[in-house]
Structure formats: structure tokens, C-alpha cells
Design a protein around this ligand. Structure first.
Ligand code: HEM
Length: 618
């Protein structure tokens, strides 16, 4: 049924589910129905009731065309309550956020009524019917969720269970796991735990570990049983599954890359890694990765960076000084090591991604509904978040020193496009066909891709961009789906065009691009100072060509900024009035000088390294 079609029956009902026992006043108002035939403009029901379960309101509206707004506001002492709206059209109940995965729906709504089959109503109908929550009263973090962008983003009120995937996007945890990661494994995995404690180059008690003496490989082969039978037993606990996946991925990478580390510390090239993974790592890893929804190799979010912390004092939360590593390659769990600093800066940045997400969703909803105020408000939140994220990123220089980076870096390389694994790696007991996966990389973080997708930053049609697309597979499933939904809806709403239609929005848009530029420029500087100065290896840990890949995306952002600049010429000065905020001219001068500098630097490094390496995309 499409927008404008007639509803065959004159009844529209809404049902609100409450998850506590407070008394509520519920106002339900039907308004702005387009092309109504009979009903009055507006019907208002006021119902006061103590509720422990559902409240239903019904409007008898006669024959109407689809496309109106049912507004339901529920209040308890001025607080807007968390409720889940349903619409009943004819005799079928539709959850308003129709289209969500059943899994998520069940977590949030254990009491959802079964929908009865109805041949007249298409399941897409609720999306034609706009249902809004009272905008003034709904907190920023939640108002976007119950609106036009059909992706369920959790918030602090959402009910989560042990089966909720740890990496479920939310407005309070952002792209961090929804709960802090478990840091001990169930008892059957004691042999794995024991190996991982003895594994780092320097162990927790300061003594040299297995990687220091090059004894990890033989110790694995002598000691580790095949625990793949145990993995399945913990299937119901998504957090534990993710922790088991994290821990096997550390052992797997250390095992494969140990010989490369030995050569690297002797000042030689990396040479070859181990080309076969023994069954005792391969089988449980493949099993746990499949259940947890990752590739059977170390990933950025699910393993090395975002699932690799514990809180020293849980009451202190995610403060940088309160973070400790769970696993490490380099210096035991020393929180001041370069490896710890590298991991913690990522976590500290991502801890600000909740506002980035709610801002992006609000801006998207603004564009989807042609609501300029909503769009601008969302963009302002996005800018606040990006500013903070960039500030934290800048602390990397002190928290993890360039000369300490290359020691632990050896262990986060992947298989794809790496000279250490020219023919892939055989996972014994799984398949004799060699497998290949990209290595751990911040490129699999979701914050910058969110900006790319929301702002419709078009990357050039090059093999380098294919690598960017290939990286998408290496993210948690819910991150991937969220980013895809943002991309699709941003295209549907033509976010970029919507922003450029009005100078103030255009300025906000340009400033968001500027933060993406700043992020990518700093990245290029990191690559120069941490990698190019110390290593001749041609590919980064994720398998992208070290000199040309980051500039591919950075140049695209710089070029887009030049295109957008003219649309900001009459913008209100309010955004740039705040202290410390650069004016547009200043931003654009920097953009033009970075375009020139980057081109020169890429040419220089490429020439020094004998031209750009050939690019393999998968
Ligand atoms: C010493 C610090 C860092 C270095 C040396 C570094 C290095 C790199 C390199 C070489 C790449 C290329 C991709 C590949 O691995 O094949 C990359 C990509 C990327 N890294 Fe980092 N990184 C650092 C810190 C961070 C941090 C703190 C973040 C925060 C989330 C991050 C996020 C990203 C992103 C989003 C990309 C993709 C860039 C794009 O789309 O243009 N990196 N990084």
C-alpha cells in the first residue's frame, strides 16, 4: 500500500507499552490527516490511568488516505516515559519500528502482540503513516530513535540481555560495546588463559615472555588442547563468546607472526610468518568467530581495540586513567606502555561516539522530513562530538610514542596483501584451502565511515576505494547494518543537497567535513611519523598501500570542501562566533595548502619507495 492509498476501514488505534508501574497521563492526538473524507480535523483523547502494562487509544476516523500523524504523548510528572508505540490498522497491529530485526525487537519488547495475518494491509504501511513523539519533551538522545530513520539505536533505557550482541549501536555507549567486556574466561579455557598470560614480550611480572624467547609456537603445540567442543556451551552468552573470540585472536596472531617478530628485533625484514595454523587454534577460532559474528582473525572492534579493556575501578567509568588492557603483545598489561596508549586512545575517542550517533540520526531525520531546525540541531551535536573526538585523537602523540609503535605492530598485521603470507594461511582441521583476512586496523572503526555515509562524501572510483569497501566486512554486524542504513537514508534524503540549500546548514556541513579532514590529516601525520620513518614495509596492517591509501580519502574530502565553500557565503556568523572556532576563510586556506602539500608528500614517498605498490582488494 502506497502513500495516498485509501484505508479500507475507519479505525486507527495506537498502543503504548510501559515498562514500570507509575501513573501516566496519556494524550493521543490524531492530526494533519491528508485528504480526509469524513472525520474532524483533530480528535483528542485524554486518558488517566495507572498502568502496569498497555494503554490503548482508538480513533474512529472513517475513510482516510494514508499519510498523517498520530501523536502520542505520555507523561509522568513531566517526564516523558519510555514506551513503544504500535499502530493498529484494520485488525493488524504494527510495531512502529517495523522492519527491525526480530532479534532486537524481542529484546526491547517482550510483550509485543502477535500480528494477525491480514491480506489487506501491507507490512510497509506504518512507514507511510507518520507517528511522532512529542518533540519538545523527548530527550535528544531518544527522540531520533522513534522517528523516521528505521534503524533501532539503543539508549540507556533499553533492556539488554545476555544474548544482545555486545556491539549494538547505542546513543549512550556509541560504537563501544554495550557493556564492558568480560576479562576472564570460563574455567574450561584455563589453558588458553595460561598461555596468554605467559605470551607477551614482557609479562605482567616483568620477566621475558614466550614471544621474547620465540617459544610460543612450540608451547602451543605441546600444551594447548582443542577446546572447540567447549565453545558451543557458552553460546547463549554473547559477551563471553566475544571474549573467547578476542582471546583466541590474540593467540592466533601471535602464533602466525612470532617468526616475523624474531627477525624484526634482529633488524631484518619480516620474512615469512607461519603458513599453517594448528587445529588447536584454528578449530575453536573458526567456531567462536562464526557464533560471535566476526572473521576468524583479529579484528579492531571485536578484539584488539574496543573489546580489550577493563576498568580498574568500575565506579570511575571510562576515564582514560581507569582503563587497563585485558590482553597485550608487548609489555604485559602495563597501562603506560605504547601498546596500551595506542589501544586506550582509540577507546577514549570512541567513548564520545554516542553524541556523534544521536546527532547524525537527528540530522538525518531532519533531512528526511525537510525539517531544517532538526537538521541543524543534529549537525551541531555532530560537530560537538567530532571536536571532542579529534581532541582526544591528538593525545596519541604523548600516550603512544612513535618509536614504541613498531614493536607491537608486527602482531597486528593481517594475511591479505602481506608479504609474510604470500599464499594465505591453512587453518588445519578446518580446510586445506588457504585463507586470507585483513589485519587489525582503525580503518574498521565506525566513526569516520558514519560521517562519510551521512555527509555523502563520495570517494573516487579507484582500486584504493575498493579497499575501503572491503574493510566494511571487518566490522561487527550491527555496526555494518547501521552504517548501511545511514548511507541508504542519507541518499534517500539527499543530505548533501539538503544542507547546501540553506547557508547556515551549508556552513554546518562544511564544518563537519572539516573535522573529517582534520581527522584524516592527523592520520596522515601519524603514518609519516609512526610508520614511514621507521619501516620500509609497503602495506599497512589492514593491507592497504602505506603511502597512497590514506591520501586517496583525504584528497576526496579536501576536494569536496572546495566545492561546498561557495554555498556558505551568506551563512549566519553564529557558528563561527564561538571562541576558538575557525572562520570559513581560515579553514579554506588550510584546505588549499594541504591539497598541495599532500600531493608533494605522496610523490616524494612514492619515489623513495620505488613507486606505489600494486593493489589487491581482497
Ligand atoms: C599511531 C596512531 C595511528 C597510526 C599509525 C594509524 C595508521 C593507520 C593506517 C596506516 C591506516 C591505513 C589502513 C590500514 O591499516 O591498512 C589507518 C586507517 C585508519 N585509521 Fe588509523 N592509525 C592510528 C590511529 C588511529 C586512531 C586513534 C583511530 C581512531 C579511531 C584511527 C582510525 C582510522 C581510520 C578511521 C582509518 C581509515 C581512514 C580513512 O577512511 O581514510 N587510527 N590508520
Amino acid at each position: 500500500m502506497a502513500h495516498g492509498d485509501r484505508l479500507p476501514y475507519g479505525s486507527l488505534q495506537a498502543r503504548v507499552y510501559f515498562d514500570d508501574n507509575k501513573p501516566y497521563t496519556v494524550t493521543s492526538r490524531l492530526r494533519r490527516l491528508l485528504d480526509q473524507i469524513k472525520p474532524p480535523d483533530q480528535i483528542e483523547d485524554l486518558i488517566q490511568k495507572t498502568i502496569g502494562d498497555f494503554l490503548e487509544v482508538q480513533h474512529n476516523i472513517g475513510e482516510v488516505k494514508i499519510g498523517g500523524t498520530l501523536k502520542i504523548t505520555a507523561r509522568s510528572q513531566n517526564e516523558v516515559v519510555p514506551g513503544f508505540p504500535f499502530a493498529k490498522i484494520d485488525s493488524t497491529w504494527h510495531y512502529i519500528e517495523e522492519g527491525l530485526e526480530d532479534r532486537t525487537k524481542k529484546v526491547l519488547d517482550p510483550t509485543a502482540p502477535p500480528s494477525t495475518p491480514n491480506t489487506n494491509i501491507n507490512v510497509e504501511l506504518p512507514w507511510e503513516l507518520e507517528i511522532e513523539w512529542d518533540k519538545e519533551d523527548v530527550p535528544t538522545s531518544t527522540k531520533a530513535i522513534r522517528s523516521e530513520f528505521p534503524f533501532l539505536v539503543l539508549d540507556a533505557n533499553s533492556i539488554i540481555s545476555t544474548s544482545t550482541p555486545p556491539f549494538t549501536v547505542s546513543t549512550h555507549r556509541g560504537f563501544l560495546p554495550i557493556s564492558d567486556p568480560p576479562f576472564t574466561l570460563p574455567p574450561p579455557f584455563a589453558p588458553l588463559e595460561s598461555l596468554l598470560c605467559r605470551m607477551p614480550i614482557v609479562t605482567i611480572d616483568g620477566t621475558p615472555g614466550l614471544l621474547s624467547s620465540g617459544k610460543l609456537g612450540e608451547t602451543v603445540e605441546n600444551e594447548l588442547p582443542d577446546l572447540s567442543g567447549e565453545v558451543e556451551k557458552f553460546k547463549g552468552d554473547a559477551g563471553i563468546m566475544n571474549a573467547i573470540y578476542r582471546d583466541y585472536s590474540f593467540l592466533l596472531s601471535a602464533y602466525l607472526l612470532e617468526p616475523c617478530h624474531q627477525r624484526f628485533v634482529r633488524g631484518e625484514g619480516y620474512g615469512l610468518g607461519r603458513q599453517r595454523l594448528p587445529v588447536v587454534i584454528a578449530k575453536p577460532m573458526v567456531k567462536v568467530a562464526e557464533i560471535a559474528g566476526f572473521k576468524p582473525f583479529m579484528e579492531y572492534a571485536g578484539s584488539y581495540a574496543l573489546y580489550n579493556y577493563r576498568l580498574e575501578d568500575p565506579s570511575f567509568g571510562l576515564a582514560y586513567s581507569n582503563l587497563r588492557l585485558v590482553r597485550a603483545f608487548e609489555q604485559g598489561l602495563n597501562p603506560s606502555s605504547s601498546e596500551a596508549g595506542f589501544v586506550f586512545v582509540h577507546i577514549a575517542m570512541v567513548s564520545h561516539s554516542g553524541l556523534l550517533i544521536s546527532g547524525a540520526v537527528e540530522a538525518l531525520n531532519g533531512a528526511l522530513t525537510s525539517n531544517r531546525i532538526r537538521f541543524d540541531t543534529g549537525m551541531e551535536d555532530l560537530l560537538t562530538a567530532l571536536k571532542k573526538i579529534n581532541q582526544v585523537m591528538d593525545t596519541m602523540w604523548n600516550k603512544s610514542k612513535p618509536n614504541g609503535y613498531n614493536t607491537f605492530r608486527t602482531f597486528i598485521f593481517g594475511i591479505t596483501s602481506q608479504s609474510m603470507f604470500p599464499n594465505g594461511v591453512v587453518y588445519e582441521g578446518v580446510s586445506e584451502e588457504p585463507m586470507s583476512f585483513r589485519g587489525e586496523s582503525g580503518a574498521n572503526d565506525s566513526m569516520i565511515p558514519l560521517c562519510d555515509n551521512l555527509l555523502q562524501i563520495k570517494m573516487p572510483d579507484t582500486p584504493l576505494t575498493e579497499i575501503l569497501q572491503d574493510f566494511r566486512q571487518y566490522r561487527p554486524g550491527n555496526h555494518r547494518e547501521f552504517l548501511q542504513a545511514v548511507k541508504d537514508h542519507s541518499e534517500k534524503a539527499s543530505v548533501r543537497q539538503f544542507a547546501l540549500e540553506y547557508p547556515t546548514s551549508a556552513e554546518l556541513y562544511l564544518r563537519a567535513l572539516d573535522y573529517a579532514r582534520e581527522f584524516r590529516w592527523r592520520h596522515w601525520c601519524f603514518t609519516r611519523e609512526y610508520i614511514l620513518k621507521f619501516s620500509k614495509h609497503p602495506t599497512a596492517t589492514g593491507g592497504s598501500p602505506i603511502v597512497t591509501w590514506l591520501p586517496n580519502q583525504l584528497q576526496a574530502v579536501l576536494a569536496l570542501m572546495v566545492q561546498v565553500e561557495p554555498y556558505c557565503s551568506n551563512a549566519s556568523v553564529s557558528v563561527s562566533d564561538s571562541p576558538g572556532v575557525k572562520d570559513i576563510q581560515e579553514i579554506m586556506d588550510l584546505v588549499r595548502s594541504q591539497q598541495v602539500t599532500l600531493t608533494k608528500e605522496v610523490a616524494k614517498y612514492s619515489a623513495e619507495r620505488g613507486g606505489a605498490p600494486s593493489v589487491r582488494t581482497s
